[in-house]
Design a protein around this ligand. Structure first.
Ligand code: TMP
Length: 215
């Protein structure tokens, strides 16, 4: 596939959306075709699944049901958006992907990592991001930011994960760090505590270097 697939990961409040938007603008200025998308969601069917997954009223959701809904959203997203865009040579910037399932459902909820990897192979047929940016921030700071944003932007309908205890988010963060350590060639760890401009400067360098290698 001719395109470039880049994913962004991190706990709540790590600043992913801001950074993805800044990077998209940078790449468009360079003349690239960019598709910006996210999980869960990214398609009309995925957006319906997203509502179910993030609705705080769904307290009774079983962890395996949760896992399978993320997998369903990903399957739809891959076939409807990601694979066609990569085939056309686009740069696909995706806000969360398979690593989020390992971090949240595996490290966070405690489901078997091996089982999640097996399911992921079925869903993605082995398609992996070329680069995964992990925006790292401690759980208390990140979740504090996310909760503030939810109340100021009236995003209560999406707060099921933000409502989890800090310990849950700490496990997710540790999970992400373990995944990054295990695959240093794919992951770039970026400290998310700095200013948005400084973080963007760092990300631009990482992505420009990646594109230079392809020339
Ligand atoms: P976000 O769009 O605000 O990042 O919200 C998505 C939420 O879903 C976030 O709390 C992380 C969670 N999530 C999982 O638990 N597993 C997954 O596979 C993905 C993609 C997201």
């Amino acid at each position: 596939m001719a395109g470039v697939f880049i994913t962004f990961e991190g706990i709540e409040g790590s600043g992913k959306s801001t950074q993805i938007a800044l990077l998209r603008d940078h790449l468009v200025r360079l003349g690239r075709t960019v598709v910006l998308t996210r999980e869960p969601g990214g398609t009309p069917i995925g957006d319906q699944i997203r509502k179910v997954l993030l609705d705080p009223a769904n307290k009774a959701m079983d962890p395996s049901a949760e896992l399978l809904l993320y997998a369903a959203s990903r399957s739809q997203h891959l076939h409807e958006v990601i694979i066609p865009a990569l085939k056309k040579g686009a740069m696909v910037l995706c806000d969360r992907f398979s690593d989020a399932t390992l971090a949240y459902q595996g490290y966070g909820r405690g489901l078997s990592i091996a089982m999640i990897r097996d399911l992921d192979r079925i869903v993605t047929a082995g398609l992996r991001p070329r680069l995964t940016v992990l925006l790292d921030i401690d759980a208390k700071t990140g979740v504090g930011r996310a909760r503030g944003r939810n109340s100021s932007q009236n995003l209560h309908a999406e707060a099921r994960f933000e409502n989890e205890a800090i310990e849950f988010h700490s496990r997710v963060r540790d999970g992400y760090l373990a995944l990054a350590r295990a695959e240093p060639a794919r992951f770039r760890l970026v400290a998310a505590g700095g200013t948005p401009e400084a973080i963007h400067g760092e990300l631009k360098k990482v992505v420009d270097e990646l594109l230079a290698k392809d020339r």
